[in-house]
Design a protein around this ligand. Structure first.
Ligand SMILES: Cc1cc2nc3c(=O)[nH]c(=O)nc-3n(C[C@H](O)[C@H](O)[C@H](O)COP(=O)(O)O)c2cc1C
Length: 326
């Protein structure tokens, strides 16, 4: 399948793996790229730029296909060493960067000077247009159903994607709630030129996370995610657990008076405990509603091959069949 996204990133299939804290290590990124998609290493999971450089080098030993790096701009006072991380990306020969969390304008010149394509993750049409106007090459349009930070507008992909198609000139991928051939074909029908998956890629044999995490996704239904931190305007969709229930109780009790410090125990330093140690009640970790559609733990290659084979069947048999039946 050829779209502006496959052409832009030099990949075989229009499937991207979104950056994921403590999941987007070299193993997963290499597996996705080897399967013909675009695998993405999550920069900030590496505590220093030097460690990111090592992770990129490790990934490049596992694949000779294009890989990307996610750079998340956090709403924190003491910013991580972004210039250092960008140097590691450039020196590592990476040609794709997924930016997220905040306007990447400040970093675009250096990325572009070094021939790097930038895909910015946006949860609104407004932000997508801004990304286009500042010179991003593509957008990842992240609907309300997504795992992680869906923003504050709450527009699901059934509306958000066709709205993005109405407004954008640069190509975009559909993100949030994507899991299979139905997701890809529907996204293409709504104007996207590929899809970005987060939660679905965690429940694969290649994801280097604790088995408890994969099992929790398998056991979860579409009813099992919760939104936390809405009073702080930093909404995150997470899988429900005892830590999340504590956050929600505090949010209900404190209302508009809630401060980050009130929930710090349940949201800070949680990812290594969950992803590496399998402590499933440690606190809030991102997970999409799409958990309800995840029923197995294939390898990344099995998953991507299945999506592409079934997409072809969906388009050629089911959709064309509907037309020829009339
Ligand atoms: C466990 C987890 C961690 C994530 N961490 C990040 C992150 O560090 N930076 C980022 O930009 N997005 C992050 N995301 C969001 C994903 O890149 C992607 O946009 C999202 O998962 C898409 O929704 P889906 O889970 O329904 O596929 C994370 C998602 C999950 C599930």
């Amino acid at each position: 399948m050829k779209t502006r996204i496959t052409e832009m990133f030099g990949i075989e299939h229009p499937i991207i793996q979104g950056g994921m804290h403590y999941v987007g290590f070299a193993e997963l990124a290499a597996a996705v790229s080897n399967a013909g998609g675009l695998g993405i290493i999550t920069a900030l999971t590496q505590k220093t730029p030097e460690l990111l450089a090592k992770e990129i080098a490790r990934c490049k030993k596992m694949t000779d296909k294009p890989i990307g790096v996610n750079l998340t701009f956090l709403p924190v006072v003491e910013a991580p060493d972004y210039p250092g991380y960008i140097d590691a990306i450039i020196d590592g020969g990476v040609k794709a960067v997924e930016t997220a969390g905040n306007n990447p304008a400040k970093w675009l010149p250096i990325l572009k000077e070094n021939g790097i394509k930038v895909i910015h993750k946006c949860t609104t049409v407004r932000h997508s247009l801004k990304a286009e106007s500042i010179g991003c090459d593509a957008v990842s349009v992240d609907g309300f159903e997504c795992g992680g930070h869906p923003g504050e507008d709450d527009i699901p992909n059934m509306i958000l994607l066709p709205r993005a198609a109405e407004e954008l000139k640069i190509p975009f991928v559909a993100s949030g709630g994507m899991s299979d051939a139905r997701s890809l074909v529907a996204s293409l029908a709504m104007g996207a030129e590929g899809m970005n998956m987060g939660t679905r890629f965690i429940a694969t044999k290649d994801a280097p996370v604790h088995d408890n995490v994969k099992q929790a996704i398998l056991n979860a239904s579409e009813l099992d995610t919760r939104l936390v931190m809405r009073p702080l305007r930093n909404t995150e969709r997470v899988l429900n657990n005892k830590g999340v229930e504590k956050i929600l109780e505090k949010e209900e009790k404190l209302g508009a008076h809630l401060k980050f410090e009130d929930i710090i125990k349940e949201v800070s330093g949680v990812y290594p405990k969950v992803m590496l140690d399998g402590e499933m009640d440690a606190g809030a970790w991102s997970c999409g509603m799409v958990a309800g559609l995840i029923h197995d733990i294939p390898t990344v290659k099995e998953l991507v091959d299945r999506i592409m084979e079934e997409s072809e069947l969906l388009i050629k048999k089911r959709l064309e069949g509907l037309l020829s039946a009339s």
